[in-house]
Write a protein that binds this ligand. Structure first.
Ligand SMILES: [Zn+2]
Length: 65
């Protein structure tokens, strides 16, 4: 019997640094957040929740563990 190699996708980094495209402010946030996250300086939405999955709207400039 042939053994299947189950590929487990590497989890993405838990934390990302995102730059607000409006004011270049950077925020570090948790990628699995289900909350809407807004830029603290200009209030632009950086992360929105699209049915259980966070969608990052800002520019990801760095990922960290
Ligand atoms: Zn901003």
């Amino acid at each position: 019997m042939k053994k299947h190699n189950i590929m487990i996708p590497k989890p993405r980094s838990n934390f990302v640094k995102i730059e607000c495209e409006n004011c270049q402010n950077t925020v570090i946030l948790y990628t699995y957040s289900t909350k809407i996250i807004t830029c603290q300086s200009c209030n632009t939405e950086l992360v929105v929740n699209t049915g259980g999955q966070a969608q990052i709207l800002g520019k990801i400039i760095e990922t960290m563990d």
